[in-house]
Design a protein around this ligand. Structure first.
Ligand SMILES: *Cc1c(COP(=O)(O)O)cnc(C)c1O
Length: 375
């Protein structure tokens, strides 16, 4: 058993990142913009096969400005999954619009296309179609886009991809974050790669990316003095953090390979354990294996709680899946289209330690603790 606390997904920063940050500082570009930032944006665009990219201060900022660009405004509504991190819904609120929560698909934990279809039909009937649909590729698994994209097209609603957790994953061979009008990634401290805090927006629409970049730097017009025709935001990533991000991006394939190995160890170890299953990867793509999720059979949720407590005793951090937005006090009044799946995921699901530095022995140790709790 380990004597030190093992976290869910700690940042993994090597000497190379440290040197890159120092180099960026020594270069004199301790400014918001700079060559590292431009290079990072080009590399993200290249990695995701997108025409353009803008690096921002967070994934939330990227979603906010992306939604603003597709025309979401105060009084509008925007569909998003109820099973997600609150930032998805908060960014909708930042535009002045209201989130409408749609339930999850049991197999992937992502937006359920059937419930989405029912929601859109219902909203169309009431002449209240949403201004946008935000999908989330949760825990690194992509959504069922072949079912979702036609719905967005049928109702002519822009599709925004929250791939904050899914950089490096694919859907039928195409990179996560590229199935809609725009996609966003997060480089927060616990994500698959990190800039300590940061995000990016990608799109094949160069005008979109240019406009978001413009808004993100206080909507400053290109003249000698500070001239503003629009309200801006201070949302740009700094040159120094981009230097960190460039090394992390370079290391992403090896990070994904390690996380996949961890996921495989969990699958092997759990294959003989009754009462729990590792959430499988969707058949249509390759996950980035950001976090390995398990689902316990016990519908009461009691087992998941006991396991989490037992793991905490053994100094392993584990966490329930995202608490559904429709269960959050702040969204008590939100409109919802539910089928009960996200409630089950929250009660029965658990996120297990998935950090890059975990050894096979540690994974087996985690499984041993879980097995003995299951009795
Ligand atoms: C992390 C995350 C965000 C927000 O990203 P930040 O960089 O932390 O602002 C948005 N959506 C999802 C699904 C996330 O996991």
């Amino acid at each position: 058993m380990t004597s030190e606390q093992t976290y869910l997904s700690p940042p993994d920063v090597s000497e190379e990142e440290i040197e890159a940050v120092v180099r960026a500082m020594r270069s004199g570009w301790v400014a918001p913009a700079g060559p590292e930032l431009t290079a990072f944006e080009d590399e993200i665009a290249g990695f995701t096969g997108s025409a353009a990219c803008v690096a921002l201060s967070s994934g939330t900022a990227a979603l906010h400005l992306g939604l603003k660009y597709v025309g979401v405004k105060p009084g509008d509504s925007v569909i998003c999954p109820t099973s997600t991190f609150a930032a998805t819904a908060f960014s909708i609120c930042h535009t002045g619009a209201s989130p409408i929560f749609v339930d999850a698909q049991a197999a992937t934990w992502n937006l359920d296309p059937e419930v989405l279809s029912e929601a859109l039909a219902d909203m169309a009937k009431r002449n209240e179609l949403p201004a946008a649909i935000v999908t989330v590729d949760l825990f690194g698994r992509t959504c069922d886009y072949d079912a979702i994209i036609p719905l967005a097209q049928q109702y002519e609603i822009p599709l925004v991809i929250d791939a904050a957790e899914a950089l490096g994953a694919t859907y039928k061979g195409s990179p996560a974050g590229t199935q809609g009008v725009l996609g966003i990634y997060s480089f927060n401290g616990n994500k698959i790669i990190t800039t300590s805090g940061g995000g990016a927006l990608v799109s094949d629409d160069q005008d979109l990316v240019d406009k978001v970049r413009f808004w993100s730097t206080q909507a400053r017009e290109d003249v000698a003095w500070y001239e503003h025709n629009e309200i801006g935001f201070n949302y740009r990533m700094s040159n120094i953090l981009a230097a960190l991000g460039r090394i992390q991006l370079k290391r992403l394939p090896s990070i994904i390979a390690k996380r996949k190995q961890i996921n495989g160890w969990y699958q092997d170890a759990f294959s003989e354990v009754e009462g729990v299953e590792v959430v499988a990867e969707p058949g249509w793509g390759e996950s980035n294996y950001w976090i390995t999720n398990v689902l316990f059979d016990d519908p009461s949720g009691e087992t998941a709680i006991l396991v989490r407590e037992a793991l905490a005793q053994a100094e392993y951090e584990s966490r329930p899946a995202w608490k559904p937005m429709h269960q959050q006090p702040v969204f008590a009044d939100a409109q919802t289209y539910l089928n009960g799946t996200s409630d089950q995921i929250f009660a029965r699901g658990l996120c297990l330690p998935s950090g890059n530095n975990l050894s096979r022995e540690q994974i087996f140790d985690v499984v041993t603790v879980i097995r003995s709790t299951l009795g």
